[in-house]
Design a protein around this ligand. Structure first.
Ligand SMILES: Cc1ncc(COP(=O)(O)O)c(C=O)c1O
Length: 409
């Protein structure tokens, strides 16, 4: 290599960095934004965030924090007021005894996925992590980035997108260190029912070396029955990292406040935060105190709107030729099976369909492959986030239907 080439070249990046996964929602979103800038009319069902403004009382609390000089660093685990509020609220809603010292606050719930994997597995030691597929893509990405072994467990359409506990039992080995659960679930909207949670707890009781990361970020968006958690089962709370946050419940995704509760791991999480972000934004933490302690009418209102939209989108999707959609039990995602629609329009798979929908029909959705490999035998799916107005849902699904009818052979 000549001296001039050497001066121009950038040093190499690590294999870890090269293999880091991503959240394709952000990639598709950039594609959609580029089309919108070109003047294209796109109805977007891509984004997993409430389309409502953050409630007014929460906004006011943040403004008061700024004006009151509450803008400095906080302890890495979060301000006492927020840890107390979270402990009480998480505990009451789940019927658990959670102490403020068990709670750690971070810049969203997302960072705790990496902190958990890094805290309970050793790099390159063959430690296994079982995680749901389809699932939030950061699970697999962080398992690999942290040198652990990804072991997918498939969510089955025939079980309303829960996994079969018998499959869990078969996947557990002496090397299993962590099980990731997500209920209500992204991307399917599925929920883990009481019987499945009981069965999972019974299996885990035989394997005391396994931690559980319970991603409960959609815990306040359950439409059928009450929210339930593994941590309520005997012996499970001490092994379970309960993760929740402000993002989805109070329409606060950009404020970046999430939290976990686990007595044994709270000091480890605190140390990770000291090593990375130092603390969550103090302003956002005061806003989250108000979110939890203040009036909950806006939460109830948002829940009601999501429930109504769920009915609407499921009904409309099921009227589209080649599409069948189960009614999601929670979150704000519909996960219709589009195997037959792909066949009708001559699309090789759900990703080809997604691209054609974006470019030919003006609807932005995500494809199943953005959430891990396809579940063998379960066909093709797309994800529509119904955090969108009724009008957008009606217009978007009408475009989908027109597209399918126009292209049917
Ligand atoms: C399953 C799941 N977990 C975690 C998160 C991250 O939430 P937060 O905004 O608190 O980082 C999301 C956001 O989309 C999610 O869908």
């Amino acid at each position: 290599m000549s001296a001039s080439q050497g001066a121009d070249a950038t040093p190499r990046v690590s294999r870890r960095c090269e293999s880091l996964g991503t959240e394709n929602a952000f990639v598709v979103l950039a594609e959609v934004n580029a089309l919108v800038r070109e003047g294209r009319d796109i109805v977007s069902f891509c984004i997993g965030q409430p389309d409502f403004p953050t409630p007014r009382n929460i906004q006011e609390a943040a403004i008061a924090a700024i004006r009151g000089g509450k803008h400095g660093y906080t302890p890495s685990a979060g301000i006492d007021e927020l840890r107390e509020a979270v402990a009480r609220d998480l505990g009451q809603r789940r019927g658990l005894d959670i102490r403020p010292e068990d709670v750690v606050v971070g810049a969203g719930a997302k960072p705790f996925i990496a902190y958990t994997i890094a805290s309970v597995t050793d790099y390159g030691a063959g430690d296994e992590v079982i995680y749901p597929v389809p699932g939030f893509p950061i699970y697999e990405s962080q398992i690999i980035a942290n040198g652990a072994v990804p072991v997918p467990i498939f969510l089955r359409e025939s079980r309303d997108f829960a996994f079969d506990p018998a499959e869990l039992e078969a996947k557990i080995t002496d090397k299993t260190r962590l099980l990731i659960l997500n209920t209500p679930q992204n991307p399917t909207g599925g929920i883990l029912g009481a019987a499945d949670l009981d069965a999972i707890a019974e299996i885990l009781a035989q394997h005391p070396q396994i931690w559980v990361y319970a991603d409960e970020i959609y815990s306040r968006l359950v439409y059928t029955g009450a929210f339930d958690t593994l941590a309520r089962r005997p012996g499970m709370q001490k092994r379970t990292i309960i993760a929740d946050g402000a993002s989805k419940t109070w329409a606060m995704t950009g404020w970046r406040v999430g939290y976990v509760a686990n007595r044994a791991l709270a000091p480890a999480f605190t140390r990770w935060i000291t090593n990375t972000e130092s603390c969550a934004s103090q302003i956002s933490q005061w806003a989250a105190v108000e979110a939890i302690n203040g009036p909950q009418d806006s939460v109830v209102e948002m829940q009601a709107r999501f429930a109504e939209r769920r009915e609407l989108i499921v009904r409309l999707l099921n009227a589209v030729p080649g599409v069948s959609c189960r009614s999601p039990g929670g979150a704000f995602y519909a996960w219709p099976n589009v195997t037959e629609a792909c066949r009708l329009v001559g699309a090789a798979d759900s990703e080809v369909l997604r691209k054609r929908l974006l470019h030919e029909a003006g609807i932005a959705v995500l494809a199943d492959i953005h959430f891990g490999r396809r579940v063998p035998g379960d066909g093709q799916h797309i994800r529509l986030s119904y955090a969108a107005s009724n009008h957008a849902i009606e217009e978007g699904v009408a475009r989908l239907e027109a597209f399918v009818r126009r292209n049917m052979g």
